[in-house]
Design a protein around this ligand. Structure first.
Ligand SMILES: C[S@@+](CC[C@H](N)C(=O)[O-])C[C@H]1O[C@@H](n2cnc3c(N)ncnc32)[C@H](O)[C@@H]1O
Length: 365
């Protein structure tokens, strides 16, 4: 049995992948009440600490084979300064405190891609003793996630160098693999009015994945805009009279906003506000030209976003619509986490390497 600690656990995307690969979580730390409740609904209440990481005492940190998690990174690229008293570094100090105390054979950090040039990473390299570090960028689509999502991954090992995993997929899964067949018109715009007690406080949920297939109420102007945007297109496809003034005046810049997905490609990165088309390429991929063309003029639902993040349908959710969207967009795609977990196992156990099962390869190809 391999044990793990998940720091800054969110809803547990990372734990989900590691658990599928057979690891057992012995501690998770997450201070957001709704995210911690989602974690508890999936992995149990017994080992989740719903608190600021700084409040956990050394004596309450158990030993574990692996620590995973990435402290939120400010993303300041000030490699030159390396000011170890910078308050932004305090979460990194916490991470290092857990590594020293739990003494894992391996730790894994996931973060935004600019992390590798940040002062936080410089601090980590300066302060960590006895661990060999492998660092680089992994692309979720290379590991069976139907999404282009680049993430910095650092593997720290005190049992000899461990390289980053190599891609398991030479063909990327398209959006179609997870969105095809879901109702085009969600039956409701609200989550069911249920609540559950989590550590003495009421939170909305627990929801099944199907509950997350919720629509929105776009204005007539929004609907007229969506209608003009073909797969792969975006705000530049709008006729001038439908452009908001700020876009009319800004002729260059992000092309993804008000974008429409393509059925036969992975999505772009699913962020925390995927339900707002003006924030990225989040319009449903179904679109045909012409007055009577078959179009689905809405952003993706929470269920669709969770599937693009490779969350299994059996995953359970707690929180408001906004909080659940944040949990989904912040998560490490479970299928990427599972690939990392399977990659680490032979180094930890001396066993033979295994190739992670990919549910999409099995179901759709
Ligand atoms: C990027 S998310 C983690 C996602 C997670 N790894 C997953 O796969 O689902 C970072 C999390 O750190 C939590 N967090 C930030 N500061 C914290 C602190 N001081 N103590 C505990 N949790 C914290 C946030 O609430 C957020 O959920």
């Amino acid at each position: 049995m391999l044990s793990m600690i998940d720091l800054f656990a969110g809803c547990g995307g990372m734990t989900s992948g590691f658990a599928k690969a057979g690891y057992t979580p012995v501690l998770a730390v997450e201070w957001n009440h709704h995210a911690a409740a989602t974690y508890a609904a999936n992995f149990g209440e017994d080992h989740i600490r719903h608190t600021d990481i700084a409040t956990i005492r050394d004596k309450d940190i158990p030993q574990a084979d692996v620590i995973v998690g990435g402290p939120p990174c400010q993303g300041f690229s000030n490699l030159g300064s390396r000011n170890i008293d910078d308050p932004r570094n305090s979460l990194w100090r916490e991470y290092l405190r857990f590594v020293r105390r739990a003494n894992p054979s391996v730790f894994v950090i996931e973060n935004v891609d600019r992390f590798l040039t940040s002062s936080e990473f410089a601090l980590l390299k300066d302060e960590i003793d006895g661990y060999h570090l492998s660092a680089g960028i992994l692309h979720a689509a290379d590991f069976g996630v139907p999404q282009r999502r680049r993430r910095a991954i650092v593997i720290g090992s005190r049992i000899g160098p461990i390289p980053l995993p190599t891609p398991t997929h030479d063909r990327w899964h398209p959006v179609r693999a997870v969105l095809d067949g879901l109702p085009e018109r969600p039956a409701t715009t609200a989550l069911p009015a249920t609540g559950t007690d989590f550590l003495g406080t009421r939170v909305p949920g627990v929801y099944k994945s199907a509950d997350l297939h919720i629509g929105r109420n776009p204005t007539p102007l929004s609907l007229r805009r969506y209608r003009h945007i073909p797969p792969g297109g975006g705000r530049f496809d709008l006729p001038v009279e439908l452009m908001p003034r700020c876009w009319r005046e800004k002729k260059t810049g992000t092309t993804d906003v008000m974008g429409r997905l393509r059925w036969d490609q992975p999505s772009l990165t699913v962020r925390t506000e995927f339900y707002k088309p003006e924030k990225g390429r989040y319009l449903h991929p179904q679109w045909e030209p012409g007055e009577h063309g078959h179009r689905v003029d809405r952003p993706i639902t929470h269920l669709e976003a969770a599937r693009l993040q490779s969350f299994p349908d059996e995953f359970r959710w707690c929180g408001t619509k906004v909080e659940i969207a944040r949990q989904i967009g912040n998560a490490v795609p479970p299928q990427l986490a599972r690939s990392i977990a399977e990659h680490l196992r032979p180094y930890l156990t001396g066993g033979a390497p295994t190739v992670p099962t990919c549910p999409l390869c099995h179901t759709f190809e």
